[in-house]
Write a protein that binds this ligand. Structure first.
Ligand code: NAP
Length: 275
């Protein structure tokens, strides 16, 4: 059995903000060798000062992902933990969102993480151990209006993770899904802006603008990103990690309601919050 409390090498994407930044700092404090990746290097200088290694990486750019993994392998000769955390919320009514944007949402939230998994697996298999942590969302288990593409990507990440978990058990590699609720980061600002940009002046304008207002209200009650950082660190360190960890404002109650309520009752409950 692996002891994940030894000094291990971790790559975390989306380390320039929110959940990723807090997780990188926490894991570093807990004694891991941490590589933090994102597009905006200038938002990670505080991590560098703390002792974290920086990688400029765009998860839609294959070359930057290959280069990042090569750099870690050259320096450390191993990668023990991959945390696929980079992601954003592409919001807007499905009718309004150009497919080009929908494809970009899948590139960042699904294909980028999948490509990094492909790149780390040969190294993890060589060591007969490793851990892949995919940051999904409570959004990976239910839908909401004007969020079709975001939810589709998180459902995809959940399904991908379930399949991968069974594929990798033979190599001693764990796959874990994290399902945050509402967390105060840049996420809701980007999602709200996208929603208004896509649908704020279309046939969906009334519901879309109400929804943008709801996002703002809900996220004022959001948890701090440190809550999710602690959960991710727990998943990294556990000898036998759970397959899923849900945490943060709303996550557990909403996932429970989604599980027990019939579709139309859940829909009505959700829509009642938009008024
Ligand atoms: N906040 C929430 O309420 C919430 C709830 C459930 C799930 N989540 C999930 O949690 C994860 C982290 O989000 P967050 O809340 O911490 O949001 P955030 O503050 O907006 O951080 C998102 C991170 O993703 C990176 N990123 C975005 N596009 C990228 C790209 N093309 N290539 C590389 N990096 C990219 C950003 O870095 P650069 O822009 O510098 O590249 C940033 O570091 C996401 O997967 C999100 O879907 C968040």
């Amino acid at each position: 059995m692996q002891d994940y409390n030894m000094k291990k090498v971790v790559l975390i994407t989306g380390a320039s903000s929110g959940i990723g930044k807090m997780t990188a700092l926490l894991l570093y404090k807990q004694g891991f060798t941490v590589y933090g990746a994102a597009r905006r290097l200038n938002k990670m200088y505080d991590l560098k000062e703390a002792g974290i290694n920086l990688l400029q990486m765009d998860v839609t750019d294959d070359d930057s992902m290959v280069k990042g993994i090569n750099e870690i392998m050259e320096n450390e000769k191993r990668i023990d933990v991959l945390i696929n955390n980079a992601g954003y919320g592409s919001f807007g009514a499905l009718e309004d969102v150009p497919l080009e944007e929908a494809r970009m949402q899948f590139e960042v939230n699904v294909f980028g993480p999948a490509r990094l998994i492909q790149l780390v697996l040969p190294h993890m298999r060589a060591h007969k151990s490793g851990r892949i942590i995919n940051v999904s969302s409570m959004a990976g288990r239910f839908g909401q209006p004007h969020g079709a593409w975001y939810h589709a990507t998180k459902f995809a990440l959940e399904g991908l993770s379930d399949s991968l978990r069974m594929e990798l058990i033979q190599f001693g590699i764990d796959v874990v899904v994290i399902q945050p609720g509402a967390i105060k980061t840049e996420w809701n600002i980007i999602a709200g802006d996208n929603l208004v940009k896509m649908s704020g002046n279309t046939a969906y304008k009334n519901s879309a603008n109400r929804h943008a207002g709801m996002l703002e209200r809900v996220y004022q009650l959001g948890s701090e990103p440190g809550v999710i950082a602690k959960i991710i660190a727990r998943a990294v360190r556990a000898n036998n990690p759970r397959t899923r960890y849900a945490a943060g404002t709303g996550a557990k109650p909403i996932l429970f309601l989604r599980k027990i309520l019939p579709d139309r009752i859940f829909d009505s409950l959700f829509l009642s919050q938009l008024n």
